[in-house]
Design a protein around this ligand. Sequence first.
Ligand SMILES: *Cc1c(COP(=O)(O)O)cnc(C)c1O
Length: 372
Amino acid sequence: MVDLSTQYQQIKQEVDAGIQEVIDTTQFINGTATKTFATALSNYLNVKHVIPCANGTDALQIALMALDLQEGDEIITIPFTFVATVEVVALLKLVPVFVDVDPDTFNIDVNAIEAKITPRTKAIIPVHLFGQSADMEKIMAIAAKHNIVVIEDNAQAIGCDYTFSDGTTKKTGTIGHIATTSFYPTKNLGAYGDGGALFTNDDELAKKVRIICDHGSAKKYYYDSIGVNSRLDSMQAAILNAKLKRLDTYNDKRQQAAALYDAQLANIPGIQIPVRAQNATHVFHQYTIRVAENRDALKEHLGALGIPAMIYYPVPLHMSDAYASYGYAAGDFPVSEKIAHEVLSLPMHTELDEEQIQFICQAIKSFITVPA
Ligand SMILES: *Cc1c(COP(=O)(O)O)cnc(C)c1O
């Protein structure tokens, strides 16, 4: 699915030197590399505060903790996402309230949000799934009308540009009140271990987040609130410094690979190539097709030819055992349930070449014309 080894070979000198410097200076935690990275990322995104933390799941949890919510407060999000988005809501004894996704973009169906808002709704977590922005302009308008906080889960879309109807463009993760991301190795900006960050333009929220990340203390050994221990270690930051410089190039390569896939797969009956949102770029964290019939057999057929393919996500979260207590049932979110049976993510990374894509698409075509 990914080729991090070839990518590393091309930046080996810079990465190795960065790691060595961390060891030489023994600034393992909150060292210069971490500060340099936070500054570079805030410049890249054009956001006031970047607060690094240990991983993307922590980032989501910390964002929610910073909002001073009460047990039972409701958080709107989608059931068709990585579990972390919903897990942290449940862990904090908040209530996940699901809204179905749009069948084309797989992102939150903005027309279905308002019907789910109650006096207890405190936040919306749009997830920019697979590398494409949710419809942020509409989401921000709904949130403003109902006085709700927007937390963007930007783990899969770092570098994505969203354009508003007045023509202004912003990076995803800088539009909501606060945003989170992950530097998990396979993410578009991936470390060589765990990492994450929060972004915000709000000074008060930034201050709270920094305190929560450091055990709830602004001054060492004096505790203002109950916090967590969540830090980005300096070695990961050194690696991310080398990779952030190349993020746009990496995302371009993903887009080029996607265009090659598109050209090969556009007119195959029963295959739906990714649909581009009109108001956003797509940074292709995943290249995910919809297969109308026999998706699992196609996946097996590809596997037999040595081609990995993955199903993100096979079970919408409202149908997962862990979240059964929220009382949802099969049929509640028909789009999420349907696409869970149809999605198939093909290999997508910065080192894919035309020949590999040709081979993968040929394998898909041979299955479609001669079904198993
Ligand atoms: C990867 C991911 C996360 C969690 O990030 P970790 O660093 O693995 O904790 C959260 N949300 C989404 C949408 C993700 O893809």
